[in-house]
Design a protein. Structure first.
Length: 331
C-alpha cells in the first residue's frame, strides 16, 4: 500500500455517481446516496432518435423528476440523453425539463455497437463538429432556463487524437462541465485508465473537468486527482463494489482517518434492501422475482472483483435461482 498524503482541505473533492445503464436505477441511486458521500448522480441514458419522447419515458427512467430531481437522500439527479440529432436532442431536453429535470448531461461514451451504428455515444467522438452540434442543440433549446448542460466523454473512439478537439468543441457549444472517462471506446473498460490524459484535456478548457475511470480505493482517488489535476471525481463500478467508498473518501479528506473496511454483513444488507425496494414496486411495473435474482447476482459479481469474502459468497450463491432462498442467504 502506498503512503498517501492527504490533499489539503481547500481542495475537497465533489463526488458524482456515474450513470450505468441496466445497473444504476432509482433504487441503487437512493441506496447509495442514503449511505452518503455523493454530491450528484447521473441517470442511465434516455436514447433520443428523432421523435419527442412522451413524459413517461423520462419519469420511468428517472422517477426522481417527480420529486424535485433529487434522490430520497436529497442528492441532485442529472438526466442523461444519448443521441446525435441536435434538434431532437434539444426537443427532448425541453421535454425532460418540463418533466422536472434540473440539469442535463449528454452521453459521448457509450461503446454499444447498436448505439454507435446509429451515430450515438462514443461514435460522435470521431468528429468534433458532431460533439459541438449535439451539445449546442441542447444548450440552445434550454437557453434562458438556467438549466446546466454537461457532457460525458471518453478520450476518443479508436485513438486519443481528437480528445482535445472534442473537449474544446463541447466547451465552445456551451457545456457547463465535462466528465472524462479516461479511456477510448476501443480501450473499453481495460485498465489502466489514462488519468494523465485527463490533465491534457483539462489544461485546454476553462470549464471544470471531472475525472472518471478505475477509482477503486483511496490510493486510486489520490492518484487520479494528482495526475489529472481535477478537483472532482466520478465513481462507477467501484461505488457498487464498495457502497461506502464515496463516504470513505470524504471522511479521509476531512479527517485523515481511514474508515474500516466494509464488512460482508454491510454489503449483504445493501443487497437485501435493494431487493426489498424492487419487490415493493407497484404491481404492473414490479420486476419478476427471477429478474431481481439476476440483478442481485449482477451487483454481487461487481463486489466480488475487489473483495475476497464477496467472491466466496458469489461462488456459493451463483446457483440460487429463487428469490426467497437468495434473501435468506443474505441474513
Ligand atoms: C454496465 C455499465 C453501464 C454504463 N452505462 C452508462 C450510461 O448509461 N451512460 C454513461 O455515460 N456511461 C455509462 N457507463 C460508463 C460509466 O459511467 C463510467 O464512465 C465507466 O464505468 C468508468 O468508470 P468506473 O471505472 O468508475 O466504472 C456504463 C458503464 C457500465 C460498466
Amino acid at each position: 500500500m502506498i503512503d498517501v498524503p492527504r490533499p489539503d482541505n481547500a481542495t475537497h473533492a465533489r463526488i458524482g455517481l456515474a450513470p450505468m445503464e441496466g445497473v444504476v436505477d432509482v433504487h441503487t441511486r437512493a441506496l447509495l446516496t442514503e449511505i452518503g458521500g455523493f454530491d450528484w448522480v447521473v441517470t442511465e441514458f434516455v436514447r433520443v432518435v428523432d421523435a419527442r419522447l412522451p413524459p413517461r419515458v423520462f419519469t420511468r427512467l428517472c422517477p426522481e423528476l417527480m420529486t424535485g430531481a433529487v434522490t430520497s437522500a436529497g442528492t441532485p439527479v442529472t438526466l442523461q440523453l444519448l443521441g446525435s440529432d441536435p434538434r431532437a436532442l434539444g426537443e427532448n431536453a425541453q421535454q425532460a425539463v418540463a418533466c422536472g429535470a434540473r440539469s442535463i448531461d449528454i452521453n459521448f461514451g457509450c461503446p454499444a455497437k447498436t448505439v454507435n451504428r446509429h451515430r450515438g455515444g462514443a461514435s460522435l467522438l470521431q468528429n468534433a463538429n458532431d460533439v459541438y452540434h449535439a451539445v449546442r442543440g441542447v444548450v440552445e433549446a434550454l437557453q434562458g432556463s438556467g438549466i446546466k448542460v454537461s457532457a460525458k466523454l471518453r478520450l476518443g473512439f479508436n485513438t486519443k487524437q481528437l480528445a482535445l478537439h472534442c473537449a474544446c468543441a463541447a466547451e465552445a457549444a456551451g457545456a457547463s462541465h465535462l466528465t472524462l472517462h479516461a479511456r477510448t471506446k476501443k480501450e473499453g473498460y481495460r485498465p489502466p485508465a489514462h488519468w494523465e490524459w485527463v490533465a491534457r484535456v483539462r489544461q485546454q478548457v476553462r470549464i471544470p473537468v471531472v475525472v472518471n475511470g478505475d477509482i477503486w480505493c483511496l490510493e486510486d482517488f489520490w492518484k487520479a486527482r494528482s495526475l489529472s489535476g481535477c478537483r472532482d471525481v466520478m465513481l462507477g463500478r467501484s461505488a457498487l463494489a464498495d457502497p461506502w467508498l464515496a463516504l470513505r473518501i470524504k471522511h479521509w479528506q476531512a479527517t485523515g482517518e481511514r474508515l474500516a473496511v466494509t464488512r460482508w454483513e454491510q454489503r449483504a444488507e445493501v443487497l437485501q434492501q435493494f431487493a426489498e425496494r424492487l419487490m415493493a414496486a407497484p404491481a404492473p411495473g414490479r420486476a419478476p422475482d427471477k429478474v431481481i435474482v439476476s440483478l442481485l447476482k449482477q451487483w454481487l459479481a461487481i463486489m466480488r472483483q475487489h473483495d475476497a469474502e464477496s467472491a466466496q459468497r458469489f461462488a456459493e450463491l451463483k446457483r440460487i435461482n429463487h428469490l426467497p432462498e437468495m434473501l435468506a442467504a443474505f441474513k
